[in-house]
Design a protein around this ligand. Structure first.
Ligand SMILES: NC(=O)c1ccc[n+]([C@@H]2O[C@H](COP(=O)([O-])OP(=O)(O)OC[C@H]3O[C@@H](n4cnc5c(N)ncnc54)[C@H](OP(=O)(O)O)[C@@H]3O)[C@@H](O)[C@H]2O)c1
Length: 283
């Protein structure tokens, strides 16, 4: 008998995950508990993947001024789905955030046992930390992704975001390349792994390095200015975190994403082909 998987949250990642897994995608409101319970009882999934949440538009600064909606979307909605799955013995997977630390932890990177510490300066991150702590009290697979970068053009793809910025920082960060993240989710879900996993590529990279590759591979005429991390704070409401996450736990579980520079170059080459196909109306 095949397993029935349903992805919740009809956003960017929800669509990417459901397409990859060739499974149902629903935008049912997770704050409506009765409707949610009826839906699960009717559909009887074996696996539920939560890609719903409030990420803010145009960016996470929206969360600073929409705290109620952010708590509802990132904490209450996720908790409702997790608990309803737990009651029914449904395997629950949650797409969380790696942006819950700051720094590189003395060069070691932060692992899943390290206590998240990015509490002070960004409301979105605080809701992701709180939800992770709640969900971790129940049987669940909690996947921390960080600055997802994709091989197809989309306004939520990091490449598209960076393309629009004239000023970039050169701080090093962990990042998640989406095609490889999708393979990791499939792998861990098939294994029914549980607990927290950092789903990032080994190594770190900066926004300016990515756009230097972009110039080489896609558009030599593209220009940007480098600014310091401190001056970035002048352009954002909430602080942005820069952190290095350690991915050894994922490797021990039997899966490793490709090294970040190689993975970014591979995504940029595929992105270039996708742009050509778009131009030729192949999609
Ligand atoms: N993309 C990233 O950079 C990134 C990085 C790390 C972690 N994540 C996490 O990954 C998850 C998915 O991100 P994404 O990039 O796909 O975000 P997205 O494009 O904003 O999609 C999130 C979806 O969740 C929906 N949603 C919000 N509240 C809901 C509720 N109560 N019930 C049902 N659906 C609800 C949203 O609907 P509305 O538009 O109507 O609110 C939206 O369709 C989020 O939890 C996010 O925090 C994303």
């Amino acid at each position: 008998m095949t397993n029935k998987t349903i992805v919740f949250g009809k956003g960017y990642l929800g669509h990417r995950i459901s397409n990859k897994m060739d499974c149902d995608l629903t935008g049912i409101n997770l704050l409506e508990k009765k409707e949610l319970a009826d839906y699960l009882d009717h559909e009887k999934p074996d696996v539920v993947i939560n890609a719903a949440g409030k990420t803010g538009r145009p960016n996470i600064d929206w969360c600073e001024t929409h705290k109620q909606e952010t708590v509802e979307g990132n904490i209450i909605a996720a908790s409702n789905l997790c608990m309803e799955c737990s009651k029914r013995g449904i395997y629950f997977v949650h797409i969380g955030s790696g942006g819950v630390y700051n720094g590189d932890n003395n060069g070691k990177g932060f692992n899943e046992e390290d206590e998240p510490d990015f509490y002070g300066s960004q409301f979105y991150a605080r809701t992701k930390i709180i939800s992770e702590k709640i969900l971790n009290e129940f049987p669940s697979l909690l996947l921390r992704i960080q600055m997802p970068l994709d091989e197809i053009p989309h306004k939520r793809n990091l490449i598209d975001k960076l393309k629009d910025y004239s000023k970039l920082i050169n701080a090093q960060n962990s990042m998640t390349t989406i095609p490889h993240m999708l393979d990791a989710i499939t792998y861990l879900t098939n294994k029914r792994s549980q607990g927290i996993y950092n789903i990032v590529n080994p190594g770190t990279i900066s926004a300016s390095e990515i756009m230097t590759y972009y110039k080489e591979i896609i558009d030599p005429s593209h220009n940007f200015e480098m600014i310091s991390l401190a001056s970035l704070d002048n352009f954002t409401v909430g602080k942005r975190c820069n952190c290095y996450l350690n991915s050894d736990k994922l490797k021990k579980e039997g899966f490793e994403l490709p090294e970040i520079h190689k993975a970014v170059v591979s995504c940029l080459k595929n992105y270039k082909n996708a742009l050509i196909n778009l131009k030729n109306n192949k999609y």
